[in-house]
Design a protein around this ligand. Structure first.
Ligand SMILES: [Zn+2]
Length: 263
C-alpha cells in the first residue's frame, strides 16, 4: 500500500470521525444524525464548513467556538484522530476488500458505542440491534472471509453471546444483589458474536473483564471515585473485540499448543 493511499485513508477516516462525533452527540438525544448541520453546543451558531475540518479546525481555533469563544471539548479531535487511525490500520491489515470495509464499519459502530457508554451509561438499541442483524446478514453473503463469521458461527455467536452474558448478569445479580450487566452489554456481546462468530467470545469476554477490572481499580485508586457508581462495560467489550482481530488467533494458538492461521 503506497503512502499516498495511506494518507487518503487517514483523510477519509477523519471525515468519518467527524460524522461519528455527530452520532455520539445526537443519538442519546434521539436527534437526527443528518440534519440540521453542526452547531455550537453553547451559542447554537451554525459551524461554517471551513471551521468543521476534522482535527485541523479544532487546532486552528485552539479548541474554542469562533463566535462565542466557549471551549470545545478535545474529545472531538480525539475521536476524529482515533477514527482516522482505525480506518487506515484496518484497511491496511485486512486490505481494500469487502472484509476490510465491513470491519472498518464495525470499528465505527464500536467507537460510537464506546463514547456514548462512557458519557451516558447506555448502549443505544438503534446501533446494537441493527448491528446484530447486519452481522448475521454479512455472514450469509459470499464476499466475506474471516474474521467475519460464517453463518453457523454467527448464529451461534448471537445466541451464545447474548444468552451467555445475560445469564452471567442474572447470576451476578442473584448472588451479589448488584446489577452487574445491563441489557445493552448483552446486545453488544450478541453483536460481536454475530460479526466475528462464537469463537471470538471467550477471548472478548475474558479480555474485557480483565481490562475492565484493572481500569476500574485504577480509576477508583486515582480518582477516589465511589465504587458503588456504575462502571460501563461496553468500552471494554468493544476494545477486547478489536484486540481479538489482531491477537485472537495467537492467543488461542498458545492455549491449544499449536499455531492457528492469522486472519
Ligand atoms: Zn459558540
Amino acid at each position: 500500500m503506497s503512502w499516498d493511499l495511506l494518507a487518503l485513508l487517514i483523510l477519509i477516516g477523519a471525515i468519518w470521525g467527524s460524522f461519528l462525533n455527530v452520532c455520539i452527540h445526537r443519538i442519546p438525544l434521539e436527534e437526527s444524525v443528518v440534519l440540521p448541520h453542526s452547531r455550537c453546543p453553547d451559542c447554537r451558531q451554525a459551524i461554517a464548513w471551513h471551521d468543521n475540518i476534522p482535527v485541523i479546525s479544532w487546532l486552528i481555533l485552539r479548541g474554542r467556538c469562533r463566535s462565542c469563544r466557549e471551549p470545545i471539548s478535545p474529545i472531538y479531535p480525539i475521536i476524529e484522530s482515533v477514527t482516522a487511525l482505525l480506518t487506515a490500520t484496518t484497511l491496511y491489515h485486512f486490505g481494500l476488500t469487502p472484509t476490510g470495509f465491513a470491519l472498518t464499519a464495525l470499528g465505527y459502530a464500536l467507537i460510537t458505542l464506546t463514547v456514548i457508554d462512557l458519557y451516558h451509561y447506555i448502549l443505544p438499541d438503534v446501533i446494537t440491534l441493527p448491528g446484530i442483524l447486519l452481522g448475521v446478514i454479512l455472514s450469509l453473503l459470499p464476499w466475506f472471509s474471516p474474521p467475519i463469521a460464517a453463518w453457523e458461527d454467527a448464529l451461534i455467536g448471537v445466541t451464545a453471546g447474548g444468552g451467555g452474558l445475560w445469564l452471567f448478569g442474572w447470576l451476578f445479580q442473584r448472588f451479589t444483589g448488584k446489577e452487574g450487566m445491563g441489557l445493552g452489554d448483552v446486545k453488544l456481546t450478541a453483536m460481536i458474536g454475530g460479526w466475528l462468530g462464537w469463537q471470538a467470545l471467550p477471548f472478548t469476554i475474558f479480555a474485557a473483564a480483565l481490562i475492565g477490572s484493572v481500569a476500574g481499580l485504577l480509576w477508583i485508586a486515582l480518582s477516589g471515585r465511589d465504587r458503588s457508581l456504575p462502571i460501563p462495560f461496553g468500552p471494554y467489550l468493544a476494545l477486547a473485540a478489536w484486540g481479538y482481530l489482531y491477537l485472537g488467533p495467537t492467543v488461542y494458538g498458545w492455549y491449544l499448543g499449536r499455531p492457528l492461521p492469522m486472519f
